[in-house]
Ligand binder design. Structure first.
Ligand SMILES: [Zn+2]
Ligand SMILES: [Zn+2]
Length: 184
């Protein structure tokens, strides 16, 4: 989702992780028409008013082989050659036009060619990924280890678990954020 502005904040989110940064001139933002503004305002106020503490010692789960590239770290994603990336096949009879899911790509529209020169997007070329079945537990909140790793690289990052233990708030300087928990 494109970044959007709520009052004095610019919000970046992929639906699982949200970062709240102070809005400054020069930031590129979009309307955020589909956003529930009241909810956002509550979340921002909540994130900014919490008590934060340094991250406790965390044991990271082991990584597993990447399913996309079978662990070799190289894979190229191409448009499916049967449906040209549409994910659907359309064909006509004398009576009707039919649309059906492409069986070659199972409707994804993409084809993955393992090997070659390009790093696999899924594992960034490492051949290994975290398994969502083994989340990292921080103060009772289960979160995707990949997101934890990402957030934990922020300078002087601090954490605060929600009372309901379904999300983890974080703070790094003037930036606040939320990592949504995984249901286990
Ligand atoms: Zn296809
Ligand atoms: Zn991979």
């Amino acid at each position: 989702m494109n970044p959007f502005v709520v009052d004095d904040a610019i919000i970046y989110t992929n639906g699982h992780v949200m970062a709240i940064a102070p809005f400054e001139p020069g930031h590129v933002a979009y309307g955020g028409d589909r956003i529930n503004k009241n909810n956002m305002q509550k979340m921002i106020a909540d994130a900014r008013s919490r008590q934060y503490a340094p991250v406790p010692t965390v044991t990271m789960p082991l990584k597993v082989y990447c399913r996309v590239c079978s662990g070799i770290g190289k894979a190229t994603t191409k448009n499916c050659s049967e449906c040209n990336g549409d994910g659907e096949i359309e064909f006509d009879t004398d009576y009707n036009t039919y649309e059906c899911e492409c069986k070659t790509c199972a409707g994804n529209g993409t084809e993955i060619i393992v090997g070659g020169e390009v790093d696999c997007e899924e594992c960034s070329g490492s051949g290994k990924v975290y398994d969502l079945a083994t989340p990292v537990l921080i103060d009772g909140v289960a979160i995707n280890p990949a997101y934890f790793e990402l957030v934990n690289e922020l300078p002087d990052v601090q954490y605060s678990a929600s009372d309901t233990r379904d999300r983890m708030y974080f703070k790094s300087g003037a930036i606040f954020g939320i990592v949504m928990g995984i249901k286990v």
